[in-house]
Structures are given as structure tokens and as C-alpha cells.
Design a protein around this ligand. Structure first.
Ligand code: HT7
Ligand code: ZN
Length: 864
């Protein structure tokens, strides 16, 4: 397969103004009749040009151009396109084709999920429904007619407003929808099923009433309340913070069980993976509830950042995704806690995006080329893209950022634009120069920022020196320095702030910054709030870090100091264990944990973050070669050490909170997070009383957060009562797919030595279904990404298992198969034995005849 390149972008030869689409949903075939009214695009050149439409996996029935039915020798039909005669003015085209959604296991285009029809068109699924210029810079006004069996599909939905509905004869029904906003084809959606509807309303700040409807399978209505409340909060927040109101009279969300990603922002008709919509206290954890809130908000926010202003081409994906992730992060921080949210976001960024940026699939926030666009819905485009937007926010300040957003909408509402247009609006609204900032969109790789300082007490000054370097990445051997906003303050060693926070801009390879009037010994607090997505190597001594871990007034800085201290100590321990020696945890960490555990001023949710050691994946990334077994052993030893050293503290913290009635507010969630962190350490201390407490908490009808936390604490213990607790959970929730996924994930992430055998056997569990991406992610994905010590077993058994699964899945769902392949491409991070075994697994996949473009792209980059 040949790559598509940004440099080859050309405007579309023809624009489509309206599309009338009729879907006749029958058991054997779905017939699609599309009427396109279009014209030659003056921006694409002079004179007549052939009309070229994308189209795949369809059977073409007829083509009628300007009233004339075309014979087969009047058009050219290829596997992925239909080329029609030239036109240089306006035209009307009617194309009829047939598709088979019942056979669609790739879940792109129109497919059946648990007896309901639904669509997924982003990025290029619309071309599997009808022949059309399936690119985001072709925006049309859609009218859609759906027809289906009335008994099995009483609910017929599409974008925009309902126009009419009724009987279509022979036990069939139809409905017509019209969306007044021109939109790209990737935002089209249609749904047909027997669904329950939960309705609410929202009055916009200008007084317009919007009907809110959530459609779910019958029986799931009670699980929609949290999503509905989240939606209303998101609608209000966007009005208050960005002045953005919803623009239709109806906003619908549909939950489906088979879905390749989290959710989709189709205009007026969001479609959600049921995992990210259905949530109540009995079946969802607090983390699930917060995720549902964030994703409901994210998809809603796309109505402006993505739908009203969309992307010119898929290279600009971060224009909508990076910006919308930034918006949902700000929303969640405002709803809950800024400090806790930032810590969670940085944890995610480091574990997935930094890893991607350091491997063979590294790419810029705005990629230059792709083989399969589905492979570019990545942590770089999303999470690093959000960091880039955040840096603009930091540089311009909240008011300046808002001015930039206002100008962006004023200029580009109703258009398909580029990342460059976004940056230009930010610049022009503020009279700012962001020319060098554009490098953030162009260069891949995580910069390293080095910092050291010297203090001259007699001159009352402290000079901070900053230096950066950006590592080479595939196709980009040489890099230019990028502008880095570094939020910094000075803290007095004797207490208090000596120099208040400033934003230092490092706009070259290196620079020095002097703080004046510093009359006492100080420690710099750097990169506060993680103000730039870099690897910071600062000259802090371990005493400095211990000091910051207790004293930094920036919550992120305080957490980061303890993480850095712990990382250094854990890596030393791992090295000692690898060399066959003994290892002990640095006493400073025990002391810092003791102090944090007892600090009544800290919010409990933040305490839970402070008291979580860096994960094995992050520790593995922090050293040249990831010593898998030694890192695992060191971290387990550290958890045991902390468990034992602070045993009474954990027990008391746990017991003080264990009886609490569980509410759903932020504070109650925070207390539960802290309580369950305490329980895990108490169990790690090896106390029989702790195990008894965990077993009691694991009873399957408790609050899901508590049950799952208790089972996670127990799942590594090879003892019959712990195994029985997991089995009881399985039996209780066997018929609830979302909860059963938690059981699959718990089994897959247990670090006990027999886990691979368990995972292999669970593929034969009656409820394991490779056609359901949630189940595949719960069992296979959790094992490969959430259980490093077993997946990276030195004998390569985990890799061979994954290769087998990727090949089986590729035949059904290439998009999910490609994502599953990712852990194999990071082989350079490991020792020689593991490298060879990972490469063998990659080669085994590469050698398979008929590999999808999706998996081919990942594997070939992994082997390059
Ligand atoms: N814009 C959407 C991204 C997406 C997607 C969603 C579901 C299935 C397949 C998909 N391909 C791309 C979701 C979002 O980021 O908001
Ligand atoms: Zn998105």
C-alpha cells in the first residue's frame, strides 16, 4: 500500500451541496440510493473534470447523471472508487448500491450491533455506505430517509431534525431527517433499532429549549442518569467558558455494544460505546463515572470544535482532537480538582504518548503521511495535541486564549480548515508571534529539558540555566529547538515562596534566567503544572526532592517530586536485584509517604495520587533498557516495605473510611480512592486482617468501585478464598457485559505466574467474542498493556500469543487488530533476548498473506 501525503493535498474537483440519502434496511441487503447535487469547485481549477467518488465494499446497481442512466462503459468502477464523466458546472447524480451490514465485523460504515443498525463513518467509513467524495473538505446538507421492519426497528434516527415518519406498508416504517448544517460525510450517522429513550431538556442561555434524548437497549434506562447530568453540565460549561451554545433543537446519544473506539460526535446524533455511557454506582467504578462524564463532554464539545469548524484533511486531525481534549480536560478539572486531573493527564501522557514518541511509530501532532488514517487516532494527535493547545493557553493566558477562540469561530464557522488557521487566529487575536511555536505541530519526539542553577546569597540572586534537545525520530534525524513555556517559582528552604511563579520562555537551545532579591537558600519549583510536554532532567538532589514532595505549593510539582524520588530509588533497587544483590527502599520515601498519609490538609483524592508509586511501564521507560523482572520485583518489594512500615496508618485510614455511605460527589469519590489505596498497601503488608477486610469488601453486590479495588488487591494472591471472591463476582455479573469485562480484565492483569495460561483458556469462555472490541480489549488488551511482567515473559510466550491473536482478529476487525499490535513495535526498549522474540512475533504477523493495510502499516514500521 502507498502512503497518502500531506504535500499531495489538492482541493476537491467538485463540491457537493446537498445529499439525499435513502437507506432501505432489509434482512438480506440494504439498498442505498444517494442523490448528490454538486458543482465544479472553482478553487480546484478551470474547465471540466471527471467526477470521482470514493466507494468500497458495495455492489453498484445504477448511476444516473443529469437524468441519463449511464451504461457500464460510461464510468470506471475500481475497488475503491467510481469515476464518472466530466462536468464543469452544476450536476445532479443518483447512485444506487447495495451493502450487507450484517456481515460487517470491521464496524466501519453501516453494521449490526446486538440487533440494531448503526453507523461509524469517521474517518473513511461513509465510502462503505455509498459512493461519495468521502473527505472532510466536502460539506453538504443532508436529508435522510430510513426504512425498516416496524416491529424490530421502531426507532429510526439520523442527524438534525425529524421531518416526517409513518407506515411504509408490508409491516415497514420510514422516517425522514434533515440536518440544516452542511457537514462532512464523516459526521453522518443513522441508527435503527428497538430502543428505549430517556428524555430531558436543556434551556440555553439565550432561552432556547433543547430536547436531550439518550437511546439505549431496553432495561438500561436506569444507567443513563449520570451521562444525562454530565451532558447538561457540559452544555452549561461551554456557554460559560467559551460562550458556545448548542445549535439544534434536539441532541441525541445512542449507546451501542460493538464499537471500535469510545464514542463519535456525529452532528446532533452522538453514538457511544455503551461502556462510555451506561454507568451507575452498582455497575461502574468512580473512574468509569468520571470517564463517562469526560467523554460525554468531549463529544458534545466537538459540536463547535470539529463539527461547526472541521478539518480540511485528516492530517489536521489534531485541530479538532487536540483542541477538544484540552477542552474536556479543563471541563473535568473545573468539575472536580485541577491538581488531581493534571496528575492523571500527565500520567497518561507519559505512559502512552512519550512511549509512542520514542518508538518506531513516532509522528508529529500533524503527521506528514499515513498508510491507514485509522492508525493516526493516536496519543500524539490527541494527548500531545492537547498539550500543544495548553501551551498556547499558558502563553496567552485565559483571556487571550478566549480572544483567539472567538476569532477562530468568527473566521471559520462552517469551514474545513487547518492547524495553521487555528494558530493564526490565536496570533491575530492577541498580536502575538507564534511563528516558532508551529514547530510543535511539525516535529515528532519528546524534548529533553535540562535545568541547573546556582544561587549567590551575597548578590541575592539565583540563576537558572535551561537547555533543550529534541531527539531524532523516524524520518526526522535533525530537529530545531522548540519554544518551551516553563512555569517556575522559588521556594525558601526554610518555608514560604521566595520568588512567585513566572512563565519563562525557552525559545532556543539554551538560556539563563536570573531571579533577583532572593535573600535565603531556595529550591526551584520547575515546570509547574507540567507546563510543557518534555522530559525534565533537573539538578535536584534527593533532599531537594524530599523537600518539594512536602512543600511545593503547586500540586503537580509536589506529586512530581515524590514520583521522581521514587523512580530514582526503584531503579536503583531494580539494578541491585538484577545484579543478584539486596535492595532497600530509600528511607526518604517512607518518610514522605508517612507525612502525606498523615497530612489532614491534603484532599484525599490527591493523597491517593501521591501515594501511588510510578507504574512498571513508566519505570521501564525511565531507563535505557527495561529490566522487566527486576523492575517488577523492585516495585513489589517497595509496596511491601511501605505496607509494613506504615501498617497502622493504612489500617486506620482504611477503617476510618470503610463504613462511609457511598455518595457520587467528587469528595466522596476522593475518599474512596484514598481508602482503597490504603487497603492495597495494607494487603501488601501481608496482614490476615487486611485480607479479611478485602474479602468482605469484594462481595459482589457492593459499590463497584470498592468491589473492583478489593478484587484487584486480592487477584495476585494465590489462595482459595481470593479465587472464590473472583469467581463469585464472575457468577454474579455473567449476564452483564460491561461488568463481565471487568472480570476478564482482572484475570488478565493478575501478576501470578499462570496468567498467560488463564488468558489463553479464557478465549474459550462462552462469553468471549472476538467480534466485540470491548471484550477483546478487556482480555487481550489488558494482558498486553496492563500486565508487563507476564506479557514480557522472557521466553517470548506473551509475544507469540499476541501475534496469534492479531492474526485472528485482523480477519474480522483490522482497526482493532492494528491497535492490539502496538506493544510489539517497542522492542528496542528491551534486552537482547526479548528483542529477538518480539521481532519474531512481528515477522510472523508480517508474513501472513492478505494482511490488512492497518496491521501492515504498524508491523512494517515496527520492523523498519
Ligand atoms: N472523533 C472520534 C474518533 C473516531 C472514532 C470513534 C469511534 C469509532 C471509530 C472512530 N474513528 C475515529 C471520537 C473522538 O475522538 O471524539
Ligand atoms: Zn474527539
Amino acid at each position: 500500500p502507498q502512503p497518502t501525503r500531506l504535500s499531495d493535498y489538492r482541493p476537491p474537483a467538485h463540491l457537493i451541496e446537498t445529499l439525499d440519502l435513502a437507506l432501505d434496511l432489509r434482512d438480506d441487503w440494504t439498498t442505498v440510493r444517494a442523490t448528490l447535487r454538486g458543482r465544479r469547485n472553482p478553487a480546484a481549477g478551470q474547465g471540466a473534470a471527471p467526477i470521482v467518488l470514493d466507494g468500497e465494499a458495495q455492489e453498484l446497481v445504477s448511476v444516473t447523471l443529469d437524468g441519463e442512466r449511464l451504461g457500464p462503459n460510461e464510468y470506471a468502477l475500481e475497488a475503491d472508487r467510481l469515476t464518472l464523466p466530466e462536468r464543469d458546472g452544476a450536476f445532479e447524480l443518483v447512485v444506487e448500491s447495495r451493502i450487507r451490514p450484517q456481515d460487517n465485523s470491521a464496524l466501519e460504515g453501516l453494521y449490526l450491533s446486538n440487533g440494531m443498525y448503526c453507523t461509524q463513518c469517521e474517518a473513511e467509513g461513509f465510502r462503505r455506505i455509498t459512493y461519495f467524495p468521502d473527505r472532510p473538505d466536502v460539506m453538504a446538507v443532508y436529508s435522510v430517509r430510513l426504512e425498516a421492519d416496524a416491529a424490530r426497528f421502531p426507532v429510526l434516527l439520523s442527524n438534525g431534525n425529524p421531518v416526517e415518519q409513518g407506515e411504509a406498508g408490508a409491516g415497514r416504517r420510514y422516517a425522514v431527517w434533515h440536518d440544516p448544517f452542511p457537514k462532512p460525510s464523516y459526521l453522518f450517522a443513522a441508527v435503527a433499532g428497538d430502543l428505549a429513550c430517556v428524555e430531558d431538556r436543556f434551556v440555553t442561555r439565550s432561552g432556547r429549549e433543547v430536547a436531550l434524548r439518550i437511546y439505549v437497549e431496553h432495561g438500561n434506562e436506569p444507567r443513563t442518569g449520570h451521562a444525562m447530568d454530565s451532558l447538561k453540565r457540559a452544555m452549561r460549561w461551554d456557554e460559560e467558558v467559551f460562550g458556545l451554545e448548542y445549535d439544534l433543537d434536539l441532541f441525541m446519544i445512542v449507546a451501542v455494544s460493538h464499537f471500535n473506539m469510545g464514542a463519535m460526535e456525529n452532528k446532533g446524533l452522538n453514538v457511544f460505546n455503551s461502556k462510555l455511557l451506561l454507568a451507575d454506582a452498582a455497575t461502574a467504578t468512580d473512574a468509569d463515572l468520571q470517564r463517562v462524564e469526560a467523554v460525554v463532554a468531549h463529544e458534545y464539545f466537538h459540536n463547535w470544535t470539529g463539527n461547526r469548524v472541521t478539518c480540511r484533511d485528516w492530517f489536521q486531525l489534531s485541530l479538532k482532537e487536540g483542541l477538544t481534549v484540552f477542552r474536556d480536560q479543563q471541563f473535568s478539572a473545573d468539575m472536580h480538582s485541577h491538581g488531581v486531573k493534571r496528575v492523571g493527564d500527565v500520567r497518561l501522557l507519559r505512559s502512552v504518548q512519550f512511549a509512542e514518541d520514542a518508538g518506531p511509530t513516532a509522528h508529529p501532532v500533524r503527521p506528514d503521511s499515513y498508510i491507514e488514517i485509522n492508525n493516526f487516532y493516536t496519543p500524539t494527535v490527541y494527548e500531545k495535541g492537547a498539550e500543544v493547545v495548553r501551551m498556547i493557553h499558558t502563553l496567552l493566558g485565559p483571556a487571550g486564549f478566549r480572544r483567539g477562540m472567538d476569532l477562530y469561530f468568527e473566521r471559520h464557522d462552517g469551514q474545513a480548515v487547518t492547524c495553521e488557521d487555528f494558530v493564526a487566529a490565536m496570533e491575530d487575536a492577541n498580536g502575538a508571534d507564534l511563528s516558532s511555536f508551529r514547530l510543535w505541530y511539525q516535529q515528532a519526539g519528546t524534548p529533553t529539558l535540562e535545568a541547573d542553577w546556582s544561587q549567590d546569597l551575597s548578590a541575592r540572586s539565583l540563576t537558572l540555566r535551561l537547555r533543550q534537545s529534541v531527539p531524532p525520530t523516524p524520518g526526522q534525524p535533525l530537529k530545531r529547538p522548540m519554544p518551551l513555556p516553563v512555569r517556575a517559582a522559588l521556594l525558601g528552604k526554610a518555608g514560604g515562596t521566595v520568588a512567585p511563579e513566572r512563565v519563562l520562555l525557552l525559545d532556543g537551545a539554551e538560556a539563563s534566567f536570573t531571579f533577583e532579591e532572593v535573600g535565603e537558600p531556595a529550591v526551584p519549583s520547575l515546570l509547574r503544572g507540567f507546563s510543557a510536554p518534555v522530559r525534565l532532567e533537573a539538578a535536584w538532589s534527593e533532599d531537594d526532592l524530599a523537600f518539594l514532595a512536602g512543600a511545593d505549593d503547586d500540586p503537580f510539582g509536589r506529586w512530581e517530586a515524590l514520583q521522581t524520588l521514587a523512580t530514582r530509588s526503584l531503579l536503583r533497587m531494580a539494578e541491585a536485584l538484577r545484579a543478584g544483590g539486596a535492595a532497600t527502599l530509600d528511607q526518604r520515601i517512607v518518610s514522605a509517604f508517612r507525612a502525606s498519609l498523615a497530612d489532614a490538609r491534603l484532599e484525599p483524592a490527591f493523597k491517593a495520587e501521591l501515594l501511588t508509586l510510578p507504574g512498571e511501564t513508566l519505570l521501564g521507560q525511565a531507563s535505557e533498557t527495561w529490566q522487566v523482572d527486576a523492575v517488577h520485583e523492585a516495585r513489589e518489594l517497595a509496596r511491601r516495605t511501605l505496607g509494613e512500615a506504615l501498617r497502622d496508618g493504612w489500617r486506620q485510614a482504611y477503617q476510618a473510611l470503610a463504613g462511609e455511605e457511598g455518595a457520587l460527589d467528587t469528595e466522596a469519590m476522593g475518599r474512596r480512592a484514598f481508602k482503597n489505596a490504603a487497603l492495597a498497601y495494607w494487603v501488601a503488608a501481608g496482614d490476615e486482617a487486611a485480607v479479611a477486610a478485602a474479602l468482605a469488601q469484594a462481595r459482589p453486590d457492593g459499590r463497584m468501585t470498592d468491589v473492583v479495588a478489593a478484587l484487584a488487591a486480592l487477584s495476585d494472591l494465590e489462595r482459595p478464598d481470593a479465587e472464590a471472591a473472583l469467581q463469585a463476582f464472575h457468577d454474579r455479573w455473567l449476564d452483564d457485559p460491561l461488568v463481565l469485562d471487568k472480570w476478564f480484565a482482572l484475570k488478565a492483569t493478575a501478576s501470578r505466574p499462570d496468567t498467560l495460561a488463564t488468558v489463553e483458556a479464557l478465549r474459550r469462555h462462552p462469553r468471549f467474542d472476538r467480534r466485540n472490541p470491548n471484550r477483546v480489549r478487556a482480555l487481550i488488551g489488558s494482558f498486553t498493556t496492563g500486565n508487563p511482567v507476564r506479557f514480557h515473559a522472557a521466553d517470548g510466550s506473551g509475544y507469540a500469543f499476541l501475534a496469534q491473536e492479531v492474526l485472528a482478529l485482523d480477519k474480522l476487525n483490522p482497526q482493532v487488530a492494528a491497535r492490539l499490535t502496538q506493544p510489539l513495535v517497542r522492542w528496542r526498549r528491551f534486552d537482547e533476548g526479548r528483542r529477538q522474540r518480539m521481532l519474531e512475533a512481528l515477522r510472523r504477523i508480517a508474513d501472513e498473506p492478505g494482511l490488512s493495510r492497518d496491521v501492515f502499516e504498524i508491523v512494517s514500521k515496527g520492523l523498519a
